[in-house]
Ligand binder design. Sequence first.
Ligand code: ZN
Length: 266
Amino acid sequence: MLVEGDGVFDLERASDGRLGAGARAALAGHAVLHEVAAGLVGQQPDRTLADVTLGPPQPDPWQVFAIGLNYRGHAAETGKALPEAPLVFTKFPGCLTGPVASVEMASDTTDYEAELVVVIGDTVRNVSAADAWNVVAGLMIGQDLSDRELQNAGERPQFSLAKSHDGYGPTGPLIVSPDLLDDPDALEVRCFVNGEQRQADTTHNLIFSVPVLVEYLSRMMTLHAGDLIFTGTPEGVGLATGNYLRSGDVVRTTITGLGELTTTLR
Ligand code: ZN
């Protein structure tokens, strides 16, 4: 579906069949998406946002990258040195859930991490940082929920496993095209637990910016339309203080221009 204001448009119908209903195919046609969106002004929507239950905007990416220690303050609070190159792990796509999720905690050391998530819109290799925004279909909010006990079990960190329990990848509420944002390189990320602000920073402070991450990852492998990049979290996570999430907690994340995401733990 395509959202314009409060109006929800069926993608297949609005595009006269040029785009299918699936998110990945639509993201691969993001140039067509822009054409279709431009033609929607004044059109009657199929439904309104209030009438739909949103799931993960891109539920079936081929690859989900996530970046560790990408804000100075967060690196400092974990006692780790700043990485010289992006520190990359994966969240398995099965963990993805929508913007108003109820997530069962897999451990009593479950932690929140508010993040900007990049949605790739082309199948590309070796993209330069200067061209990177052209291959980004959109941005959304993500929470990189993390099971700290499992993450730190054993000799090497178990990032991918500990961050991929069922529901540990809330995303949404919508994928927003970067051209709709005043400055996609400087978005305020905030995270609240039960209304109390725990994280606040701007993506302007990312150690490895969105363009640099796209360049780096596309040098390593092909990036596919619909792939996701969780770009890392600001300081203020529970790991630093032992203040982990408890059943009933509500984690709300906001990012400039991208709306908000609310997860309830149980
Ligand atoms: Zn993270």
